[in-house]
Design a protein around this ligand. Structure first.
Ligand SMILES: Nc1ncnc2c1ncn2[C@@H]1O[C@H](COP(=O)(O)OP(=O)(O)OP(=O)(O)O)[C@@H](O)[C@H]1O
Ligand SMILES: [Mg+2]
Length: 306
């Protein structure tokens, strides 16, 4: 069974997609078979591997998760999720040399409306546990990933949108663990506590419904595998004071925190790099950020193997 991890934070722009793309690409480069799933209508993860033009010409009409969910929501025969798996060319040309593979399930801008439709199926954004559809909708991804076709993956990484909507909830239900990227500012710590509350509400509600359903599906126990502190600003060899203090404060909570942090680098991430390779695989880069991403990937992989 693959290890499945959702990358979540309802706060936007904290590095979820960047970490998903880079950890995924680095694991593939180390010979692992990796599946990335883009659940965000913004589709930034998809555009990390495909250009906007490729997306328009080759993916948008038939080959994104939107069409899969569309089939699921209509009464017709649901399509296997495995039919939507893509193998982006450029990144795979590089990782194949080491025996790895990086696959992707692409997203679609139209997903934003679907999230609302899904919530409506459950009686609106309060996600009523009394809805007969509660388990079916929450388990859509978990059930789809149970397909034998996904047994080949060592790791599945799910990039979630910056909210706690239906796509994120389905991602969490399908995951054994969640990874929480966060910036080292004070508001982030408050945000993480709020996120933890939402996560435990989801788990509580879900497991209550499972119990009432007389246990046809197992309860879930997604675990926060760690907070990754991103976009740390340095002065000389040390983080700026306010970041250092916030990192220390975070480490003092009972939350698991990755030892490796990721520094801010406008030089590496400034250009937006659509359709290009993730930083870890971009030739000619020799930067501390690269070292940090390597360390982070090792730490990540060690944690998920336990
Ligand atoms: N270490 C870094 N230094 C500087 N810029 C970064 C760094 N990591 C990511 N970025 C940039 O910050 C922006 C937000 O990053 P990213 O898209 O990964 O965040 P996100 O949490 O996925 O955002 P969203 O919530 O919108 O999905 C992007 O433009 C990205 O290139
Ligand atoms: Mg993102």
């Amino acid at each position: 069974m693959p290890r499945t991890v959702s990358v979540i934070n309802y706060k936007g722009g904290v590095g979820k997609t960047t970490l998903t793309a880079n950890i995924g690409a680095e694991l593939a480069n180390r010979g692992r078979t990796v599946l990335l799933i883009d659940l965000d209508p913004q589709s930034s993860l998809t555009f990390s591997f495909y250009t906007a033009r490729q997306w328009e010409e080759e993916l948008q009409d038939e080959r994104t998760i939107l069409q899969w969910i569309g089939a699921l929501l209509s009464d017709g025969q649901p399509t296997p999720l495995a039919d939507f798996v893509l193998t982006p060319t450029r990144v795979n040309e590089l990782v194949a040399a080491n025996g790895g593979r990086l696959d992707l399930i692409a997203s679609h801008l139209g997903l934003i409306d679907v999230d609302q439709d899904l919530a409506a199926e459950l009686g609106g954004s309060r996600f009523q546990v009394t809805s007969p559809n509660f388990l079916r909708v929450h388990r859509m991804l978990a059930d789809a990933l149970a397909d034998d076709a996904f047994g080949q993956y060592d790791v599945v990484l799910i990039d979630c949108p910056p909210n706690f909507g239906m796509a994120t909830r389905a991602g969490i239900v399908a995951s054994e663990r969640v990874l929480v990227p966060a910036k080292p500012d004070y508001l982030s710590s408050l945000g993480i506590n709020y996120l933890r509350g939402r996560l435990s509400d989801l788990v509580g509600d879900y497991n209550k419904v499972v119990l009432a359903d007389s246990g046809t599906v197992p309860p879930i126990t997604p675990e926060i595998m760690g907070v990754v502190v991103t976009m740390v600003q340095y002065t000389g060899v040390r983080p700026i004071t306010v970041h250092r203090e916030n990192i220390r404060a975070l480490a003092a909570t009972e939350l698991p925190v990755f030892r490796q942090t990721m520094r801010q680098s406008s030089a590496l991430f400034g250009q937006g790099g659509e359709g290009s390779l993730p930083v870890v695989l971009t030739p000619g880069i020799n930067d501390t950020v690269l070292y940090e991403l390597h360390q982070l990937t090792s730490e990540f992989y060690a944690k998920i193997r336990v």
